[in-house]
Each structure stands twice: as structure tokens, then as C-alpha cells.
Design a protein around this ligand. Structure first.
Ligand SMILES: Nc1ncnc2c1ncn2[C@@H]1O[C@H](COP(=O)(O)OP(=O)(O)O)[C@@H](O)[C@H]1O
Ligand SMILES: [Mg+2]
Length: 235
């Protein structure tokens, strides 16, 4: 679905990622874990046209999208839920969803709203509330719902569980599983806090200092030496 080939990228002259090879398969959850500053967000920015590509290629469904501007990548069916959320605090929940679905015609818009409200009953209950009054977990649900309004084939989720209470981490990750199993959306999930995310992943990558240190089975990553050192304090 998404393939990175020998990708070196960053911002302007700065290089953040080095020679990245990665593959996110269709209908799967691919998780990228790594410590703060590893380059996880830059990886997503490189796919969505927000970073500078120094060398290498980005493919979306075998189409070369290297260097395409964000709106063109998005139009191919890719939805990016950024780390900080792209929720408008002054708008209501429903207005946020409608803004996110601006390119749909009226019927598509209503169908999608129904789908999002069906998946996130909490958003339906709070549809007239200003987004700024939602809890952190509810806001993440709204950000994912907004991503869904674009009818994506692929969703890129940047740290959607960070800073949430454990109960919300569980809820958000359950929704990520629903994206895969019920909506058949391919997901790339980037997380600093790794253990929970690895439990729902089909494939895992460990990113440290801009390079891939592990690629493979999510369960095996738990016993990987560098992972243990970084995450469990075992050396
Ligand atoms: N817009 C930017 N311009 C310049 N440098 C950036 C920008 N965003 C991130 N960086 C740098 O890139 C490196 C990786 O950052 P980032 O991709 O955000 O890591 P992560 O998401 O894993 O925490 C950091 O050293 C950070 O300072
Ligand atoms: Mg980040």
C-alpha cells in the first residue's frame, strides 16, 4: 500500500531520516515505535508531502508520489491525523466533521457523518458541543473521525494515544482495530509509548535516530535488545 525505498528526508537542508526502507501492507496495521525525536512524525510528513525528500522514493499503491504536494497525496485516498490533532476548538463537533468532509457532496457527507457517529457514539452525543470542551480522549476520537470524513484508503495516525489515561488508550486502539477490520482501512500508527500499540499491530518497525533498527513481527520486537534497553530499561 505504502512503500518507502532508501528514503533520506528532513526539513530544508537538515536530514532527519536516513535510508529508510519500509512497507505498509494493504488492510494491515503497521506500527512505528521509537523514542521522542527519533523521526516518527518526519516519517509521516515524508509520506504526505510535508517534509523535504533528499533521496529515495515514496510509493502509494505503486504510484510514485515522491515530492507530491500534500493536497495531491490526500486526494489519492490518504488521511493524516497529526500529532497535535487538527481540531478547531471554537467549532462544534459536527462542524469540525463537516469541515473535514468539505469535498464530499451532500449525500456523501451525510452518509459519512452517520458512519462516524455510528463508530463514535460519544461524538454523536456531543455533536453540538464546542470541540474545545472535549476531554483529551474525546478530542482524539474527533481527530480520527475527521480523518474518516475524507473516505481514506489509508490513515496515518501520529501518537493518537499519547498523554491519554489508560482507559482511553484502550478505547482509541480498539477504534484503530475497527478501522482495519470493519472499514478495511490500512493504518500506519506511530507511537512513542509502544507496548499497547504493538499488541494490535500486524507489523512493527523500531525507529531510532532516523534509522530503522528492527522490522518484523510486533511480538518479537518486545524481546529485541535495543527495544528492551530503550523501553524497559534492560541492557
Ligand atoms: N519542522 C521542522 N523543521 C526542522 N526540524 C524539525 C522539524 N520538525 C522536526 N524537526 C527535527 O527532526 C527531528 C525528529 O523530529 P520528529 O520527526 O518530530 O520526531 P518524533 O516524532 O519521533 O518525536 C528532531 O530533531 C526535530 O527537532
Ligand atoms: Mg512526533
Amino acid at each position: 500500500m505504502i512503500k518507502l525505498r532508501e528514503l533520506t528526508s528532513g526539513y530544508g537542508k537538515l536530514k532527519v531520516l536516513f535510508n529508510i526502507n519500509m512497507e505498509a501492507e494493504s488492510g494491515r496495521i503497521t506500527v512505528v515505535v521509537g523514542p521522542n525525536g527519533a523521526g516518527k512524525t518526519t516519517l509521516l510528513n515524508s509520506i504526505t508531502g510535508l517534509a523535504t525528500i533528499h533521496s529515495g522514493k515514496v510509493y502509494f499503491q505503486d504510484i510514485d508520489v515522491t515530492g507530491l504536494p500534500p493536497h495531491k497525496v490526500s486526494r489519492l485516498g490518504l488521511s493524516y491525523v497529526p500529532q497535535m490533532g487538527n481540531v478547531f476548538s471554537n467549532l462544534t463537533v459536527e462542524e469540525n466533521l463537516r469541515v473535514a468532509g468539505y469535498m464530499l457532496d451532500q449525500k456523501e457527507l451525510l452518509d459519512r457523518l452517520e458512519l462516524v457517529f455510528g463508530m463514535f457514539p460519544v461524538l454523536k452525543n456531543f455533536k453540538a458541543r464546542r470541540a474545545g470542551t472535549l476531554s483529551g480522549g474525546e478530542r482524539r476520537m474527533l481527530a480520527i473521525g475527521m480523518g474518516l470524513m475524507k473516505k481514506p484508503k489509508v490513515m496515518l495516525l501520529d501518537e493518537v494515544t499519547t498523554d491519554l489515561a489508560p482507559i482511553y488508550v484502550k478505547k482509541v486502539l480498539e477504534k484503530v482495530v475497527e478501522l482495519r477490520d470493519e472499514l478495511k482501512i490500512s493504518v500506519i500508527l506511530v507511537e512513542q509509548y509502544a507496548i499497547r500499540a504493538l499488541q494490535i499491530a500486524d507489523k512493527a518497525y523500531l525507529l531510532v535516530s532516523g534509522t530503522i533498527r528492527y522490522e518484523g513481527n510486533p511480538q518479537d520486537l518486545l524481546s529485541h535488545r535495543e527495544f528492551s534497553k530503550l523501553y524497559l530499561g534492560i541492557s
